[in-house]
Structures are given as C-alpha cells and as structure tokens.
Design a protein around this ligand. Sequence first.
Ligand SMILES: Cc1cc2nc3c(=O)[nH]c(=O)nc-3n(C[C@H](O)[C@H](O)[C@H](O)COP(=O)(O)OP(=O)(O)OC[C@H]3O[C@@H](n4cnc5c(N)ncnc54)[C@H](O)[C@@H]3O)c2cc1C
Length: 496
Amino acid sequence: MGALNMIQLPSLHLATFSSFISPSFSQSSLKTLTPTRRSITRSSSLKSFLDLTPEYKPQSLNIDLERHDFTGGSPDYDAVIIGCGPSGLRLASLASKHGLRICCLDPSPLLLWPNNYGVWVDEFEAMNLTDTLDKVWPSATVIINDQKSKHLDRPYGRVNRNYLKSKLIQACVSNGVKFHVAKACKVEHQEFKSTVLCSDGKELNASLVIDASGFTTSFMEYENTLKRNHGYQLAHGILAEVEHHPFELDKMVLMDWRDDHLGNEPYLRARNKTTPTFLYAMPLSSGLIFLEETSLVSRPVMSYREVKQRMVARLRHLGIKVKSVVEDEKCLIPMGGPLPRLPQSVVGVGGASGLVHPSTGYMVARALGTAELMAEAMVECLGSVRMVRGKALQRKVWTSVWSGERMREREFYCFGMETLLQLGLKGTRSFFDAFFDLDPYYWHGFLSSRLSLQELALLSFSLFAHASLPSRMDIITKCPLPLARLVANLAANQAI
Ligand SMILES: Cc1cc2nc3c(=O)[nH]c(=O)nc-3n(C[C@H](O)[C@H](O)[C@H](O)COP(=O)(O)OP(=O)(O)OC[C@H]3O[C@@H](n4cnc5c(N)ncnc54)[C@H](O)[C@@H]3O)c2cc1C
C-alpha cells in the first residue's frame, strides 16, 4: 500500500454496509474495491482491452424500504421525488430529516448506481461526506505535453458510490420516507396539488413534485433552445486489472494531454489536433486503475468508436497491459445548453435542472450541495404554519436552485465551454497551462462553481493576461461570437 492514501472506512461502515448488499456481493470484494462487473475473457490472445467483455451483473442494496400504501386511498405528500440517483436521494434524506412527508419514485430504487464519481475532497468536506470517499489522492497532475506537467496541490477523491447510496437510503428509511417502485409517466397540476401518474397506473399526490430523473428527463420544459447549444462530454472508462502502469500511486491524473501515442496513427493524430481527448486516471494500486479517455467537450458529439481507438493506442504506448476489465462505463454528459424555463410547476434538481458544470462536466458535488438549499426552501414553505403552496412554493424552491446571480454565473461557465470548443489541442494545452497557474482560489473556485460574478470576471482577465501570445490571439480570433453571446445573455439575465 505504501504511498496509497486510502481512507479506511471504519469497520462499522464496512460491516453495516455489506449487510445491505445482496448476498452475492461479498465482503472481500468491498475491501479490495472490486465492484460489480468482471470481464469474462482474459487478455493473452487479445488485440486490445476492448475485446475483454465485462460481465455486468446489476446489484441491488438489501434494505427494507417502506412502500407507499395504496390501500387506504392516496394520502398527499409534501413532495414526491422522481428518481433515486444521488440528487433525488440526497434531497429526500435532507427534507425528510426536517419532518417533511416524502415519497421517492424509481423503477429500481435499490439498484446500485453505475457511474464512477470523482470529486475534489474539499467539496465533500464542506458537506461532511468524506466518509463516502473510498480513496483520496493528496494531489493531482495535469500533463500538458511530454515536457510539461502541472502539480495540483488539491486532494481528489473517488466516491464509494455503493456506500453513498446505502447511506442516503438508510437516512431516508430512518426519516420515514416512502418508496414506490415504478416509473413516473406524467405529472398533472392543480392550484395547490400535483399528481404523478405512474407506469403501473397508480397515482401519487403531493404539494410539490421534484424531478431528479437525470439528464434524460421528460418532465422539464427548457427555455428557448436557439439561445444556447449543448456541448457533449464523451468518455470511455474502465476499471482494469493491469500488469503494471506508469502512474504514481499518490497522484491522480486529472488530464494527460500527450499525443505521442498517435505517432503511428496519422488519421487519429490529425483529428486529435482539432478534437482533442485526454486520459483521466485514478491509480488505485499498482495492479488496479481506473482509466478514462475523455473528450472534454465536443459539438457535435465526437465518435465514441474513435475515443476507444485513441484509448487503445494510448494504453499500448504507455505499456499498460489490461488483464481484465472489472467494469466499464460510457460517459455522455450534455453540457451547457438551455436552462429549465423558470419557474415551472415541476422543480428540477441534478442532471434534470441543468446543474452540470458547462466547462467540466462535473456535477455530483454541486447537486448534493444544491439539495441542501432546496431542502431548506422546502422546509420553510411546507414545514411552517405559513403554508406556502402552489406557484409561490414552486418559485421559492426554484430560486434555491437557480437564483438570478447563479444564472449569470452560469453564463461564464458556458463561455468557458464555448472557448474550449474552439481551441483544438494546441490551444487547449496553452489554456490549461495558464489556467492552473492562476491563484488556487480562482481555479478551485471555477472548477467547483463557487466564484461570484465579479470573481469570474477577474478570473477571465487574469487568465487572458497569463495566456501566451498565441493563446490570446486564439481567444481574440476564435471567440468573438461566444463573447458577444456572453455579454448579451448577461444583459438579458439582469432582468431576472
Ligand atoms: C458515466 C458518468 C460518469 C460521471 N462521472 C462524474 C464524476 O466523476 N464527477 C461528477 O461530478 N459528475 C459525474 N457525472 C455527471 C453527474 O454527476 C451524474 O450524471 C449523476 O449521476 C447525475 O445525478 P442525478 O441524480 O441528477 O441523476 P442520475 O444519476 O441519472 O439518476 C436518475 C435516477 O432517476 C431514475 N429515473 C429516470 N427516469 C425516471 C422516471 N421516469 N421515473 C422514475 N425514476 C426515473 C433513474 O432510474 C435514476 O435512478 C458522470 C456522469 C456519467 C454519465
């Protein structure tokens, strides 16, 4: 283990948590961070790791949920939350802690989450959630090219998603949250009450309906889509058993922008110059590593096949021989784009509400933090004798997600995305070279969405001043349209 800075879950956590997983998920697999998928083929006679097929067995938590009881008529809830992802469960656990009557709706509320989540440790510290990280790297690295790297003195963590989910569900159960196992199909509204129509024909009534169903929601209406276009983050990730890898165990690799692995692939190399991808790597031990070839943002979304081809070439060049693929993930995240129309009768949280960081694709820490603000707003309206209901309630809760200030800040992050879309490999390298030279207060704040509008403006000027001459020219010549759009959208948002 040596340099590994593994956060030891207290033995109580492991013992308690493992008893909540269905029996086939063993205690030893928890300890070795071995998750739920295993490849069925071994690597010896294979051309690349892509030939290793992870045998995916969806696993469920073994927790008794209190189901909504339809027999005695349908009592009204304070809120029905659609979706048991990180956003929905966090909100349910917090709102119910203050006595609100909550029902969560999901076709598989106990199914373990599939995504690998990485976060900055300070983000989780601020929410008292560091016990849900199963690995912490004291620092991170950004490899700009084969001559230059940046050392980032900011701890980074990997979320133990199974433990986080079990912790949130247990909190919900203790606070009396009810669950209904079905899909939400439609939401209908009256003046002070909404009804969720479910896939099994049942109905749930509540004062407020929250949409936590993720990016693919069908319950949100969005503002005029002509104003902003989405970019897309696309990545192929594997948690792999390897013979060895070249990365230090006490540093995670946030971005590796080297392209020398494409030397023998002129077609891929040329395309990588205009639509670059980088490697994201979380070394868990000398033989276990999470590797993800990532297109930070592209529009239209770049080819997934090509991302994987580039990854094959990169791993070969780095001498990484994959023995087995423990799990894999396709990561497609819509970034930027239109915000939900505000206010509207259903209130969104997480992926459904446009919370994803438009320049980075990160969201989980922000969503968990926003759930705290939403829970406060809900308790203020629903838990008090003031009985704030209907449109006033919806407006109040929406404001906790998207205040006018927050919306104006988002314009800057969208400008960041538009800039990155224009830059190509050379410009992207220069951009991050300058970005990570900024005062840590600024780059930490930018990546964690916690800078004020004024600070974001300062950051932009400072970044421009730090940038190399060619980079400045790049920004001036390639970004006048996004800049004009930023100014126009900021002006339009002043009215909000
Ligand atoms: C592969 C991948 C990796 C990511 N990695 C990171 C990362 O490292 N760091 C980070 O900050 N962000 C990351 N993200 C971005 C973001 O944090 C995640 O997408 C996150 O899971 C979003 O959480 P959510 O709760 O909003 O939605 P989801 O996690 O998508 O959960 C939605 C839930 O709603 C349920 N649902 C959907 N439709 C209905 C319906 N009609 N009725 C009832 N239930 C429904 C689903 O079953 C699901 O349980 C990643 C995204 C992806 C796709």
